[in-house]
Ligand binder design. Structure first.
Ligand SMILES: [Zn+2]
Ligand SMILES: [Zn+2]
Length: 236
């Protein structure tokens, strides 16, 4: 699959990528140019700008042009991406198909839980329900395969309750492998689960995407620091 490596084949160069971040185009604090500059300084080889998008967003064309233009100014490959929420148990994403068609990196993330006609924050649900709904939405997005990355799997439950069952990760990771969807190994959500997740990722061997979910250039490439702390680059 273009842009991604399978977990057991990850190279040192691939580790120097970050495919999940936000800029001043939406709720980030750094511009695309600042992210690119920082990435170059850190020795990253490739980044994807994945700002939040909705079906009715109007900024995409200007954003797309800026990112493509900045590719000529930095020694870092800058991919055009977005992060869209999963809208329901059909697994659809809240994004215009034309926008999706022009994007290299299409991140589908569980952010809100559908109930009837409305979407709710995870706060409205107890821990077990929250985890189960999050699992079902993630599985639906994987099967639908409009995205090429499943954003921060388990992230809503981890943020709200600090836990997402390992057997749910197993189910998601196995489905990612079968449906060729990259698993967003995201240091903003998964940094305390590295060893557990590495075991499951090694078992099913899906494509992986390393992401920081940085909203500021200082948070870019968080994996580089974490993996250095762990005294290893990667495991086979
Ligand atoms: Zn997100
Ligand atoms: Zn994000």
């Amino acid at each position: 699959m273009k842009y991604f490596q399978r977990f057991n084949d990850v190279t040192d160069e691939y580790l120097r990528t970050d495919k999940h971040m936000h800029t001043t185009w939406t709720d980030g604090q750094s511009t695309v140019a600042e992210m690119a500059h920082q990435a170059q300084k850190m020795g990253l080889t490739c980044i994807a700008i994945t700002d939040h998008i909705r079906k009715n967003s109007t900024y995409f064309n200007d954003y797309h042009d800026e990112i493509r233009r900045l590719n000529h100014e930095y020694d870092v490959e800058i991919l055009v991406g977005f992060e869209a929420k999963v809208t329901g148990f059909c697994g659809a994403m809240d994004v215009d198909p034309k926008v999706a068609g022009q994007s290299d990196i299409r991140v589908a993330s569980v952010h809100r839980f559908p109930l009837g006609r409305n979407l709710y924050a995870p706060d409205h649900f107890d821990k077990k329900t929250c985890q189960e709904i999050e699992l079902e939405l993630a599985m639906a997005a994987i099967r639908r395969r409009e995205a090429n990355v499943l954003g921060h799997p388990g992230g809503m439950s981890l943020r709200k309750y600090g836990e997402f069952p390992l057997e749910f990760f197993d189910e998601i990771i196995q489905a990612c492998a079968e449906h060729e969807m990259a698993f967003d190994f995201n240091c903003s959500y998964h940094s305390h689960l590295i060893e557990d997740l590495k075991a499951v990722l090694g078992k099913h061997n899906p494509f992986v995407s390393f992401g920081s979910d940085a909203h500021h250039r200082d948070k870019l490439g968080g994996w580089l620091k974490l993996l250095r702390i762990n005294g290893r680059t990667h495991d086979k």
